[in-house]
Design a protein around this ligand. Structure first.
Ligand code: HEM
Length: 546
């Protein structure tokens, strides 16, 4: 049924028509529609003839509004959109009246490497606690203070002190669970949902480090923290989509997730209170050298060497929320993608297994240091997953600083939003041979290439958690490749290994199967949300928020 037929027959539409006619709203609606039409015509006219971005190619609609990007982002098509537009318009193209997208890795590195480039206003949607955090600072000055406060605690030397937590809740917990399943199976084989197990173990690690309490979710099948995070993320996304709705409507809309958000928030408050008391007690008893070594302690102690500033309790709370979100599924999905890609490419799988099994014995747990020193191919496998399927692949919005910038012969005036298109940059033909193919060897042949992967971002606002992520990814992947043989179950043969398309790339149609399955219900279907967003946009609310 066509959309028009569907709409014209829909009973809700009949009711709406009736309400409009009986309430005498026809003239009013006509006037409002004309006003909107005039605004958009003016925008089109201005952007075609007067805007400083008028020579930059791009879809016509982008000259009037950013809504195309916003709607397709909500529909989960951000990376697809980036690819379509890049194929059609090239390395720099328009995606809003005042917004462009950058796709060439060299341009992106130069742009993001410019210390004056700040973040766009879009990031305020991530303000979890009405307070700015590392990720939401648009201004680089306070962001710099925060990076200097937390930076030292993300360095391998401090991470090494947290190694026991990372290993015991990461690889050791996964191994205990899988070994248990194999021992209980009559044929020595077990079916595992590795995506799920990696996710819960990443939640376990980060929540233990951030809350200062041991969370053993994988071993006791308690997915409470994971559920909180998932639901809190839903709460924040919905809140962001409807930022401009009246508060009482917003409250009703958010009600399915509000409880989770507050529970998580209270849990963090408790953790901060307990740690404050512990620090005071240790100080009083002269046992300061016994203070815990984890991320929470790092947030308490982090001091900017330039301003001598430390974080307030509210700021610590915000950072705890942020780290839970930034540091869990990003890491676990990268490991899951690597395993999936290796099952799709048996020759790489064989090489990775041979590398690790020729060096380490079955009863040995490989450490991070050993991975870095002795497993270059496995490391290359992770680099290649970060490149091919960047879990953060999308459009990162930044602002062109004072004085404007020249990029690819185009002048971008101050204040232009430049979306960094990481998904496309990681597949750029100029830098990557056979870009859609999973080929870890490219990093062995040329180590320099590592620097062109933009999955952790680049420049002043690069991901501070990447060393922690690498620690988890390498230790989990190398140990499971050493100890287990992977095979896709016969009833899931559509997942591999023979699902590569003509260019040797993983068949995109099947990729949704790798998504984590936690068995959690988001409480509301995404379709009504999209319709509400669409209505909000049709009414013109929220224009230009990106
Ligand atoms: C494979 C794993 C990870 C990937 C691919 C990743 C990727 C990224 C990317 C692309 C950004 C920039 C976002 C933007 O500018 O919009 C970012 C920022 C950030 N990440 Fe990660 N991340 C990972 C793991 C982690 C971990 C484990 C943590 C900490 C526990 C973490 C903490 C952060 C923080 C605090 C920021 C904000 C930095 C700023 O804006 O100045 N990330 N990450």
């Amino acid at each position: 049924m066509g959309l028009y037929t569907f709409l014209s027959r829909h009973p809700l539409l009949e009711i709406l028509k009736h309400v409009i006619v009986t309430a005498g709203l026809r003239e009013y609606l006509f006037a409002v529609s004309c006003a909107f039409a005039l605004v958009y015509i003016y925008r089109l006219f201005y952007s075609l003839f007067f805007s400083q971005l008028r020579h930059i190619p791009g879809p016509l609609i982008a000259r009037m509004t950013t809504k195309r990007v916003e709607l397709l982002t909500i529909a989960g098509k951000m990376a697809h959109l980036g690819r379509w537009d890049h194929d059609k318009y090239g390395d720099i193209y328009l995606c809003g009246p005042n917004a462009v997208a950058l796709c060439d890795p060299a341009d992106i590195r130069a742009f993001m490497g410019n210390p004056a480039v700040g973040k766009a206003d879009y990031y305020r949607i991530l303000e979890f606690t009405e307070i700015e955090t590392t990720v939401t600072y648009r201004d680089n000055e306070p962001a710099g203070i925060r990076h200097r406060q937390i930076g030292p605690y993300f360095k391998p030397t401090y991470l090494a002190r947290m190694e026991r937590t990372i290993m015991s809740l990461g690889i050791e917990t996964i191994k205990a669970k899988w070994d248990g399943l194999i021992d209980a199976s009559p044929d020595g084989a077990a079916e595992v949902n590795y995506c799920n197990d990696f996710l819960i173990s990443a939640f376990g690690i980060i929540s233990t480090l951030v809350y200062g309490k041991k969370v053993k979710e994988l071993s006791n099948s308690d997915a409470r923290t994971a559920e909180w995070i998932d639901m809190t993320m839903m709460y924040l996304s919905v809140r962001a989509m409807f930022l401009l709705l009246p508060p009482f409507i917003m409250k009703v809309l958010l009600s399915p997730w509000e409880h989770y958000y507050h529970t998580l928030s209270n849990y963090i408050n408790d953790a901060i209170k307990t740690r404050t008391e512990l620090i005071a007690q240790l100080k009083q008893e002269g046992r300061e050298n016994e203070k815990p070594v984890d991320m929470l302690q790092a947030l308490f102690e982090g001091e900017d060497p330039e301003t001598k500033e430390r974080m307030t309790s509210k700021q610590i709370h915000g950072e705890c929320m942020l780290m839970m979100h930034a540091g869990s599924d990003t890491t676990s999905h990268t490991i899951a993608w690597t395993v999936h890609l290796l099952t799709l490419y048996p020759e790489h799988y064989k090489r990775a297994v041979t590398e690790v099994r020729s060096i380490f014995m079955p009863d040995h747990i490989i450490t991070y240091k050993e991975c870095r020193a002795q497993l270059p191919f496995i490391e290359a496998c992770i680099y290649e997953s970060l490149r091919l399927i960047p879990v953060t692949g999308g459009l990162l919005p930044r602002i062109v600083p004072k004085g404007g910038l020249m990029i690819k012969d185009y002048y971008l005036p101050e204040g232009t939003i430049a979306f960094v298109n990481t998904a496309v940059a990681n597949h750029h033909k100029t830098y990557w041979k056979n870009p859609h193919e999973y080929d870890p060897n490219r990093f062995l042949d040329n180590k320099e290439l590592q620097h062109y992967i933009l999955t952790f971002s680049h420049g002043r606002r690069t991901c501070p958690g990447k060393s922690l992520a690498w620690w988890e990814m390498l230790t989990i992947l190398s140990n499971i490749l050493k100890d287990y043989d992977f095979k896709i179950p016969s009833d899931l043969s559509h997942l591999g290994p023979n699902v590569l398309n003509k260019v040797g790339a993983p068949d995109a149609a099947n990729q949704h199967h790798i998504r984590p399955f936690l068995g959690l219900d988001s409480g509301m279907s995404i379709k009504p949300l999209c319709i509400l967003v669409l209505l909000q946009y049709l009414l013109g609310i929220g224009e230009g928020r990106l």
